[in-house]
Design a protein around this ligand. Structure first.
Ligand code: Z5A
Length: 213
């Protein structure tokens, strides 16, 4: 099979990190896929990692505006796609992404309340129609997700937001995924082994269909 781009999405504490490692394991063991690349947004290239620091922590004496944050996120994304994702797929790798454009519409649109038409404009200029082959949205209730990350120290700008911010972000995710057949919702409120089972079933069914195409 050709290289693919699979994205994992969800709010804080949805379990994306564990899910990504599990997906890589299934691809290797069950599907004998050798070339797997894991990436995260924002980040991974030297420039994108610098932008990640700014996006997550801001600057001591200067507030990062919501639109500036959005533009920095897209700048980091362009670097990542051009320098890592596209070349990896071209070489036959399966790229697993921790977040992608759905995060921008959900966080910046739902959480920060930037209008969709503004995000859409920036999206169109930046993305050149590039899309993931599959997105798994790990749907966790904010009350559960935030409890899972309670012990985390050194919180960033978004992690310090109120529960309402995450409720609005989740609401937006749910609205966005409704009519998109390339996005699968997973109940991430369940125990981790149950979440893994759901991921495995959905992923294997999708790969089966992809193999027939
Ligand atoms: N951002 C944005 O605003 N717009 C954008 O377009 C993009 C990003 C691309 C990236 O930060 C930040 O950038 C992010 C959104 C913003 N906001 N913040 N803050 P990040 O990469 O540092 O944060 P994150 O992506 O949200 O990762 P996270 O907080 O670590 O969440 P997670 O990866 O989903 O969680 P986890 O580490 O896998 O799990 C958390 C804990 O829960 C851990 O101890 C697990 O063992 C546990 N866990 C996981 N699943 C379960 C289950 N099922 N039961 C019980 N416990 C579990």
């Amino acid at each position: 099979m050709k290289g693919k781009f699979i994205v994992i999405e969800g709010i804080e504490g949805a379990g994306k990190t564990s899910a990504i490692n599990y997906i890589a394991h299934i691809l290797r063991k069950e599907h004998k896929i050798k070339k797997i690349k894991i990436v995260r947004e924002p980040g991974n290239t030297p420039i994108a990692e610098k932008l990640r620091k700014l996006i997550k922590k801001g600057n001591k004496n200067e507030e990062l505006t919501d639109i500036s944050m959005l533009l920095l996120i897209y700048a980091a994304r362009i670097q990542l796609i051009k320098k890592i994702i596209k070349p990896s797929i071209k070489k036959g790798s399966w790229v697993i992404g921790d977040r992608h454009t759905l995060s921008s519409f959900a966080y910046q649109g739902g959480g920060f309340k930037i209008e969709d038409k503004i995000i859409n404009k920036i999206h169109k200029i930046s993305m050149d129609n590039f899309k993931p082959n599959l997105t798994l949205f790990l749907d966790v209730l904010p009350s559960i997700g935030l409890k899972r990350i309670l012990s985390r120290k050194n919180r960033d700008i978004i992690e310090n937001k109120s529960i309402n911010f995450f409720k609005n972000t989740r609401k937006k995710y749910i609205k966005l995924i409704k009519h998109d057949k390339k996005i699968i919702k997973i109940n991430a409120n369940l125990k981790i082994n149950q979440v893994y089972r759901l991921i495995k079933n959905k992923l294997n069914s999708w790969i089966k269909i992809e193999k027939c195409l």
